[in-house]
Design a protein around this ligand. Structure first.
Ligand SMILES: [Zn+2]
Ligand SMILES: [Zn+2]
Ligand SMILES: [Zn+2]
Length: 461
C-alpha cells in the first residue's frame, strides 16, 4: 500500500496506484509497486515526483512504469518523455501492457556493479531505453540551461554541467552503444554554456546595438550614390546632386545595398557585426565564437542492448581502488544482514551510518585528486572509529559504517564530528568551489529493522 495512493483494480492483479495526494510521498515506497498513475491536477508536484523517481539509481524505482493522468491540462515535453504515457481516462490496458513489457525485459538483466559514476548513469539510461524501446531525443525546454534537455540523463547533471552530459552521450556513440541521428543544432555561450542568448547587430567600431539601417540609392544618370534619406523630398525622391526626380527603380535608379549608421559614435558601415549577449552570465560573444552543439537523437544499437543487459564493461571504468580497513560494498551488505540478524536475537540496538559526498562531476573529473580526498577521509574515519566497526565506501560517493551497539547519541555526535572535519577538508581541497554538499545520517538497527527495506533505503542515499 502507498500512503496517499489509490489502488487501481485490474485483471492482472498488478499493484497499480493512482497518486493525487503528493504530500510526503517517499519514492522508497514505490519499489514494490508495478506501476503508478500520477494525477496532473498539481503539475509542479507531479513533475517533481516524476523527476525523483527517474533520478533514483534503484532499478525497481527508476524503471517503474509511470503514467500521467491528465483530463484537460497540458503536459510538458520533458514530463511526457519521462513518463510512459498520458491517460485521459484511467484504464488498465495501456498500463498493463507496459508493466508486462518492462517486467519481461528486466528478466534479461544481470546485476551490475560499478564504481564509475559515468558507467552507472549510462547503464541506467540504457536499461531505461531497453525496457521501453525508447529513443533519447533532445526536448526544447525554456527552463533548461541550454534551452534543450535530454530527459532522464539530464537529471544527473546540474545546469552548469551540460558539457559533461553531452560528453557522456558522445562516449555512448564513440563506443557504438548509440546510433545518433541529427535533429538540430544550437549555439551556446562559451563561458557558461547557457543557450539563452540575445543575438543582435552592432556597430563595427564601438559595438553599440543602437544602430539603424537605410537603403543606399544609386542614381544612374549622374552616378551619384547616397543614403535614401538624402533623396527624400515632398515631391518624392529627388537626386541631391543633379536635382532630377527619380521615377522608376531599375530604370533610372537602383537600391544596390543598405548602409548602417551608429547612433552612438556616428560611424557608417555596410556589414554590421553580430554579437550574442548571454542572458545568464552577460558575456558578449561574437557569433562566430559561440559554441555549436549538435543535438542528435540516440537509439540503442545491438551493442547498446547488450550493455543494457549486462551493464557497461569498457574503458572508462575506473580501477576499483582499495581503501585500507574498508570492505567492499557487497561484503558490507553481508555484514549488515548478519548484524540485523544478531540484533534480532540479542534484543539490543546497533546503528548504521552514512556520509555522502555530493560532488559535481567537474570536481570528480580529476581522478587523482578525487581519490586522494577519498583516502584522506577514509583515514580520518578509520582513525576515529573502533576496530569492531565495519566501514565501506560505495558508489564513488558514500561512506557506510556499521556501529555495533554504539548507541544513537554517540553515533549522532560522531557523525556530526565527521561531517565538520570532512567539510573543512573539502573547503581546503576545492577552494572557491561552492557546489558540493555533504550529508550524514544514521539508522537505528533493532528487532523491527527489515533488511530489504533498509537496503532499498541505503541504495537511495
Ligand atoms: Zn543625380
Ligand atoms: Zn558606434
Ligand atoms: Zn554565459
Amino acid at each position: 500500500m502507498i500512503p496517499g495512493g489509490k489502488k487501481i483494480q485490474n485483471a492482472g492483479g498488478f499493484e497499480i496506484f493512482l497518486i493525487a495526494d503528493y504530500q510526503d510521498q517517499d519514492i522508497r515506497n514505490f519499489a514494490l509497486a508495478d506501476a503508478l498513475v500520477l494525477d496532473w491536477q498539481q503539475p509542479d508536484h507531479t513533475t517533481a515526483l516524476l523527476k525523483k523517481i527517474r533520478s533514483s539509481f534503484i532499478e525497481s524505482i527508476y524503471l517503474l512504469p509511470v503514467f500521467i493522468f491528465n483530463a484537460d491540462g497540458i503536459v510538458g515535453d520533458t514530463e511526457r518523455a519521462l513518463s510512459d504515457g498520458e491517460l485521459s481516462v484511467v484504464q488498465e490496458e495501456p498500463i498493463v501492457k507496459v508493466i508486462r513489457q518492462v517486467k519481461k525485459r528486466r528478466e534479461d538483466f544481470t546485476p551490475h556493479e560499478t564504481n564509475s559514476s559515468e558507467n552507472r548513469i549510462l547503464t541506467k539510461l540504457f536499461r531505461y531505453m531497453y525496457t521501453r524501446d525508447k529513443a533519447l531525443s533532445p526536448e526544447v525546454d525554456v527552463m533548461a540551461h541550454m534551452g534543450y534537455e535530454y530527459p532522464l540523463i539530464r537529471l544527473h547533471y546540474p545546469a552548469g554541467e551540460s558539457m559533461e552530459m553531452l560528453k557522456i552521450l558522445r562516449r555512448g556513440t564513440d563506443n557504438d552503444f548509440f546510433q545518433g541521428t541529427f535533429v538540430d543544432k544550437t549555439h551556446i555561450c562559451p563561458s557558461c554554456h547557457s543557450g539563452h542568448l540575445n543575438l543582435r547587430e552592432v556597430c563595427t567600431q564601438c559595438a553599440s546595438a543602437h544602430i539603424s539601417s537605410e537603403n543606399l540609392i544609386h542614381h544612374f544618370v549622374c552616378a551619384y550614390m547616397g543614403p535614401e534619406g538624402d533623396f527624400m523630398t515632398k515631391q518624392g525622391l529627388v537626386c541631391p546632386k543633379c536635382n532630377r526626380q527619380l521615377r522608376h527603380i531599375g530604370v533610372d535608379y537602383d537600391k544596390p545595398s543598405v548602409i548602417y549608421r551608429c547612433h552612438d559614435c556616428r560611424h557608417e558601415f555596410q556589414e554590421p557585426d553580430i554579437t550574442a549577449l548571454c542572458l545568464n552570465c552577460k558575456t558578449l560573444t561574437p557569433v562566430e565564437n559561440l559554441k555549436e552543439i549538435v543535438l542528435d537523437k540516440y537509439v540503442l544499437t545491438d551493442l547498446g542492448r547488450d550493455a543494457a543487459r549486462t551493464g557497461i564493461k569498457v574503458e572508462g571504468e575506473e580501477r576499483e581502488f582499495t581503501i585500507p580497513g574498508f570492505v567492499n560494498f557487497g561484503t558490507f551488505l553481508t555484514f549488515l544482514r548478519f548484524e540485523i540478524e544478531r540484533i534480532k536475537v540479542s534484543g539490543k540496538e546497533s546503528q548504521m551510518g552514512s556520509v555522502s559526498l555530493n560532488l559535481p562531476a567537474r570536481l570528480r573529473s580529476n581522478r587523482q585528486q578525487f581519490e586522494r580526498v577519498v583516502l584522506d577521509i577514509s583515514d580520518f574515519i578509520r582513525n576515529n572509529t573502533d576496530s569492531s566497526d565495519i566501514l565501506s565506501f560505495a558508489s564513488d560517493n558514500t561512506f557506510f559504517m556499521i556501529f555495533p551497539e554504539k548507541g544513537d547519541t554517540a553515533v549522532a555526535t560522531m557523525l556530526n564530528d565527521f561531517r565538520n572535519s570532512i567539510e573543512k577538508l573539502l573547503v581546503n581541497t576545492f577552494e572557491n568551489e561552492p557546489e558540493w554538499n555533504l550529508t550524514a545520517q544514521f539508522e537505528t538497527l533493532n528487532a523491527d529493522t527489515e533488511y530489504t527495506a533498509l537496503i532499498n533505503q541505503v541504495k537511495t542515499i
